[in-house]
Design a protein around this ligand. Structure first.
Ligand code: SF4
Length: 347
């Protein structure tokens, strides 16, 4: 756009037009915005709102309860990435269950799961497949490898979600959003065209951004200038193309199909999830119809996730709910809005 960073910073600080509400829908953007101190660099007329982009935060309690149930079986071992282990289901977390003797193991690389299952045929390994379009190809590749090796003791418990449908839900449910920072990592897979169509449908502009402070500032500046218009700009051209990663999309489409999905605090959103295709159902550990969601008492995560309140407006924020003693999912994950507001002192 030809403007220098110092001019963008000045324009954003001095902006005195109509209020502009901008939502980011990627947990990594939430973290980058906080780490770079961006909110304190903006005029009061520019509001940054954190959206439903943290995969662990939008996972309903039924999924965690199911993983706990599986982990209590003698012949089953549940494998999960870090954040999920500390999120409470309707009664306890996987970490609590592990303390009670349940079989829960953390994994650091997805392909470890294949190795574990291969080396121990006497147990069924259930991999908690939680995430958005960015991580779904990874789970598809794990499954491909397991099938290639003839393994029948590695299964997925999926809670996989897709972004466009939840963005539409937020807009149609009173989000009052003037512009979206499109999810950067997700767009590397899906491509920016998906957001071009969504922009036209919703009448709201989208800008695809990377995660560096200067690029985020340029993105916010672009969205302020685009208020009231439709269209998409791609500020992350090094990583995001119009059509995305065809190879990743191909492997996903081989194993998964679109489904409805339940989101924490939002309920069931049609077409917003991915589940294993019928022909691969034997690799599913019971993912269908996991819809129930029990918020911890007093937790306002549901309102935080859709931008209705800021984390600091939750009465428990920073009091009985902190990263060391998280009450709700949004304070557990490093991508969670409450966690990021707390650690960065964002108001
Ligand atoms: Fe829930 Fe804690 Fe966030 Fe409040 S501060 S909404 S209790 S996670």
């Amino acid at each position: 756009m030809g403007m220098e960073l110092k001019d963008i910073v000045k324009a954003l600080r001095e902006y005195d037009g109509e209020e502009v509400r901008i939502m980011e829908v990627c947990g990594t953007h939430t973290a980058a915005i906080s780490e770079n101190g961006i909110p304190s660099m903006l005029s009061d007329k520019i509001k940054l709102i954190s959206g439903p982009g943290c995969p662990v935060c939008v996972t309903v309690t039924a999924v965690i309860d199911k993983l706990i149930e599986l982990s209590m079986r003698d012949d089953t071992i549940v494998l999960t990435f870090g954040d999920l282990i500390r999120v409470r289901g309707s009664e306890k977390s996987l970490a609590d269950a592990k303390g009670d003797g349940a079989h829960v193991r953390m994994v650091y690389s997805p392909m470890e799961t294949v190795k574990m299952a291969e080396e121990d045929p006497s147990h069924t390994y259930v991999f908690a497949a939680i995430g958005f379009e960015t991580t779904t190809p990874v789970y598809a590749m794990v499954l491909e490898k397991a099938i290639e090796k003839g393994l029948h003791n590695l299964k997925l418990l999926t809670s996989l979600k897709t972004m466009p449908q939840v963005i539409r839900w937020v807009v149609n449910n009173g989000g009052g959003i003037d512009g979206f920072i499109a999810p950067g990592h997700v767009a590397t897979i899906t491509g920016s065209n998906e957001y071009k169509e969504l922009s036209e449908e919703l009448g709201i502009p989208f800008v695809v951004s990377g995660f560096e402070g200067p690029q985020l500032l340029a993105t916010i500046y672009a969205l302020v200038s685009m208020k009231g218009k439709t269209g998409i700009r791609n500020m992350y051209k090094g990583a995001v193309t119009e059509n995305g990663n065809e190879k990743a999309k191909e492997v996903v489409n081989k194993y998964f199909t679109t489904s409805d999905a339940s989101w924490r605090g939002m309920g069931k959103i049609p077409g917003s999830g991915m589940v294993l295709k019928d022909e691969y159902r034997e690799y599913d550990a019971g993912s269908l119809d996991l819809d129930e969601d029990h918020m911890p008492p007093g937790c306002c995560c549901a309102s935080v996730l859709v931008g209705k309140i800021k984390p600091s407006q939750c009465p428990l924020f920073g009091k009985s709910c902190t990263p060391d003693n998280a009450h709700g999912a949004c304070m557990v994950s490093t991508e969670g809005s409450c966690y990021n507001f707390f650690v960065s002192g964002r108001k």
